[in-house]
Design a protein around this ligand. Structure first.
Ligand SMILES: Cc1cc2nc3c(=O)[nH]c(=O)nc-3n(C[C@H](O)[C@H](O)[C@H](O)COP(=O)(O)OP(=O)(O)OC[C@H]3O[C@@H](n4cnc5c(N)ncnc54)[C@H](O)[C@@H]3O)c2cc1C
Length: 452
């Protein structure tokens, strides 16, 4: 009945930090597997993508294989955190301010970086990739290949949406720069989609002095419906409304209205309810960038299929990060570390694919949301606790905590995260779920480990 939890003392700060420095290290490389290589034994590793998964792989490979040739190839020419793009929009950070490695990172790692290049094709039989740079087609040979091409914004098939001008997703640095620039002139800005990316865009825009009218379209009865219940969402909705944002809930755009130049001028919410709009931010989900593996025989479903070692179905080809159909920074980090370790003949497996933890802080209200917070039927217990601006909510099924929200006071979420992640059964949980303490659960074993 008791499950052993090794990481229980990980602090909340550590849990929530998404910098590569703090990425979980669960990989082991047997010393006998990583001997120094002789000159003619040099391995060429090619990594597609220069974001968190690509960068983590460079670091891991270089640690494990000092003599290897490492080549990174990416469309990007900056290495930046997408999680901080809203700070670029608000003007709180510069482009350099959202970089998460030093400008000379690649040089220091002795890696070659081919920037502003687009990989078009992968040829597993001949161990080559084809890419385009400056209008020229080039080829690159590899011994081992890692694909970390990430994901891109999905633009839904709403009438005129894909053609209209002044419409931006928020995925890349260019999007954030475009939004910021256009926001200077826009009178009516609409954000379509109230998930984490849409809320990031709104949070960035709302901070700009003299910003135009801001409207948010949420398809559900609340913002952030995957992370928050109605009450937790309302805390944010009220704050944004106080800042002048108009929120349209339970609405979907049926058509984008455009002027004679093709520029967006309004959004039809159906039933001819029109919102004026001259700048539209679309945040309606993402899709993995798998176009480059078409025709290669590399298996895909939502993203590139990998096993627990990060291997694809093709020999010496690995994948990590959002391109595998996942969508959060810590998991991209861990997958890249594991894949790179295996590429360098180490041994590592992805043990933890837990994706359902989100930490957010909009307009000064911190919230952590873990697990599934929308129970599908009434066989689940939903318990809440409110103390001023602090709010907690728990979803319990058969003495197992399956979802948890903490808003305001987010201290002590670490143990709750472990309970959800490890599906730990705790007797009579519903009676004391908001009063749990460390001492409720574990005892110290003789070897000093804690046990639930
Ligand atoms: C606005 C926003 C906010 C976010 N906030 C959070 C958050 O708070 N917490 C969290 O955990 N996650 C967050 N995420 C998600 C997080 O940013 C991603 O999980 C993470 O960036 C994935 O990293 P990656 O390396 O797999 O891919 P990406 O970051 O998508 O990078 C892909 C790389 O591949 C390159 N590339 C793509 N196609 C090609 C090609 N054909 N040829 C060459 N190069 C190519 C790109 O140039 C890029 O360098 C957020 C994302 C966005 C957009």
């Amino acid at each position: 009945m008791f499950d052993k939890i090794k990481n229980i003392f990980k602090s909340d700060k550590e849990e929530n930090n998404v910098t590569p420095k703090n990425a979980p290290k669960e990989v082991t490389v047997p010393a006998h597997k990583i001997g120094p290589k002789s000159q003619d034994d040099t391995t060429t590793y090619v990594i597609i993508g220069a974001s968190i998964a690509g960068v983590t792989a460079v670091k891991t490979l270089r640690e494990l294989d000092k003599s290897a040739k490492i080549i990174v190839i990416s469309k990007d020419e900056n290495i930046y955190s997408r999680c901080m793009l809203h700070h670029l929009i608000s003007g709180h950070r510069t482009i350099e301010g959202i970089n998460f490695v030093d400008g000379d990172f690649m040089e220091k790692q002795n890696a070659t970086w081919i920037k502003k290049a687009t990989v078009k094709e992968i040829d597993p039989d001949n161990k080559k990739i084809k890419y385009e740079k400056d209008g020229n087609e080039e080829e690159l040979a590899y011994d081992k290949l890692l694909i970390t091409s990430g994901a891109n914004a999905f633009v839904p098939p709403v009438k005129n949406l894909r053609e209209a001008k002044n419409v931006y997703p928020l995925r890349n640095i260019e999007d954030a720069i475009g939004i910021k620039e256009q926001a200077k002139y826009a009178k009516n800005i609409v954000i379509m989609g109230a998930g984490l990316v849409g809320m990031d865009a709104l949070a960035g825009l709302v901070e700009i002095d003299g910003i135009g009218n801001l409207s948010l379209i949420a398809s559900e009865d609340r913002i952030l419906d995957k992370q928050l219940d109605v009450k937790a969402a309302k805390a944010y909705e009220d704050k944004f409304e106080q800042k002048g944002v108009k929120i349209y809930k339970n609405r979907m755009a049926s058509e984008v209205l455009i002027d004679e130049d093709g520029k967006v001028k309004g959004i039809n919410l159906g039933n001819d309810e029109i919102i004026d709009c001259d700048l539209l931010v679309v945040s309606t989900g993402v899709r993995s960038n798998i176009g480059l593996v078409e025709g290669s025989g590399i298996e895909t479903e939502k993203g590139i299929k990998i096993n627990e070692k990060g291997e694809t179905n093709k020999p010496d080809i690995y994948a990590a990060g959002d391109v595998t159909g996942t969508g959060i920074w810590p998991l991209a980090t861990k997958q890249a570390e594991v894949a790179a370790t295996n590429m360098a003949c180490g041994e590592a497996v992805i043990e933890d694919r837990f994706e359902f933890k989100n930490t957010m802080n909009f307009l000064g209200i911190p919230t952590v949301s873990v697990g599934f917070i929308t129970p599908p039927d009434d066989t689940y217990d939903v318990l809440t606790y409110t103390d001023g601006d602090n709010y907690k909510m728990a979803v319990i099924k058969d003495d197992v905590l399956i979802g948890f929200i903490a808003q305001g006071d987010i201290s002590y979420v670490g143990p709750y995260t472990q309970l959800v992640k490890e599906k730990i059964k705790v007797d009579n949980l519903a009676e004391r779920v908001f009063e749990l303490g460390y001492s409720d659960f574990f005892k110290i074993k003789e070897d000093g480990q804690f046990e639930w």
